[in-house]
Design a protein around this ligand. Sequence first.
Ligand code: HC1
Ligand code: SF4
Length: 568
Amino acid sequence: MVQLTINGIKVNAEEGMTILDAAKSVGITIPTLCHMKNLFPSGACRICSVEVEGFKGLTPACAYPVSDGLVVETDSPRVRKARKTIVELLVENHPQDCLICVRNKNCELQDLSERYGVREHRYVGETKSHAIDISSASMERDPAKCILCGRCVRACHEVQKIGAIDFTKRGFASIVTTPYNKGLNVSDCILCGQCILVCPTAALREKSSVKEVASALYDRKKYCIAQVAPAVRASIGEEYNMPLGTDVTGLLVTGLRRLGFKKVFDTNFAADLTIMEEASELINRIQNGGSLPMFTSCCPGWVKYAEMNNPEILDHISTCKSPHEMEGAVLKTYYAKKMGIDPKDIFVVSIMPCTVKKYESARPELKEEVLPDVDAVLTTRELVRFFKIAGIDFNDLPESEFDNPLGESTGAAAIFGTSGGVMEAALRTAYWKLTGKELDKLEFEEIRGMEGVKEATVNINGMDINIAVVNGIGNVKQIVEEVAAGKSKHHFIEVMACPGGCINGGGQPIHQKPEKVMKRVKVLYQIDENAKHRRSHENESVKTLYREFFGEPNSHKAHEILHTEYFD
Ligand code: HC1
Ligand code: SF4
């Protein structure tokens, strides 16, 4: 422990801590635009500059370690002036279009401009102008709005270990871009959107589908159906100032009805259906000598990664479509027939925490005849904007329940939204399928939590099944290489591209609160714990679907409608 003085307050801090963290521990927030928790400080933005006694210049608090007797001023007139000048320079080299910007009122540059009282243009001069990269199906990149903080580059390189974007050129010409300044769609980008979550401005953002969905809702010929991903209910409340970790399922359903959706279904229903198909596929592969280990397939970021980087392991990925694609496929076949609706008139909108789902829904093989399984995807953030346009006061809505039959779900489906959840749900059903008995203890603690790779061995009917859960695409390389080399000891591997799983997807609310992931995860585990049924095979509507339509899991019809293929 060392003792230092910050703004006249005596602060005890652990050795190795930075001034930034020590100040935070006593309630002093030093602003920063480049710092990322748990990553080595870059000191790029200089907004966190502070005065340290005995030093002539100002020092970046994010990169300066504490020591005994250090005397620091974080809010002196000199510090304020320096910060204001930095902000003024950034603002001057930034489009002056806050009123029409997607991040208006949720922009860190705007906040700092307000905080330091920037009220005039003091440094008018040449500004950069760059074309917006609209090449991908999921995201847009607007370099004119980039303030070169480098957070996106670090999220992509150091967290996701993809490296699709980086700095090029120097000085005023400096820019964050893709290789050869080509579009994201021809880079290594997997469209995970983790860079969007850390971007302080709107330089990175999702490609909006709000207009498209609004026109479908106004088209009287269309039968618009919404489905909601497991993770959205645990996060959207944050956009309405509710505490982190508030479950708003009932409000969400009412809000979607008020937008004009004829039916509001639950992607969780199809998560249960996925488990029926995926657990059967795993057992088939084990019993009949199929490619093992089998990887999960519900994360389209992971699938895109594998297709681009490791085509040699594609036959190890489950052929199951992801749950929201299965839900769409069932809606356009079974449900359309049952309700006497022409599938051509059905317009399925998935409300997702994920940016890659936009790309996934546009994949040509994910369709029934010529109709896409899912017509449009709105991220959690886009839904909030849509509610705003429609004048829906989310906080004041009464609660209501999902429509049926595609609205029923079990606790197993709820935990799909967190890392380890798909595996846990699959094990609950695989155990029942192989033994005819139910597991006494449903929780698999070893595969919960935020570790990068979680492993366990589960004994089912005398057979040891080795499982692994990859939490974040940045941790997948070694696991994939073992599989490619034929050296994997695993039977079943879950991969989710976003750290924490979909709960921390690239389409989720943007704010830099580090505790957000665990608080959201808790909601999903609570939904599971409180659920009447906690195993996918107990979902009555799924059972009816097999009885009335598919016959049994992995049947020929199920393969035609619920499974897919991959391409290198
Ligand atoms: Fe996910 Fe999934 S869990 S991929 O994270 O398998 O997006 O929430 O909807 O499809 O169910 C996302 C979440 C989601 C699918 C399911
Ligand atoms: Fe990298 Fe993901 Fe952003 Fe693409 S979307 S640039 S892969 S962080």
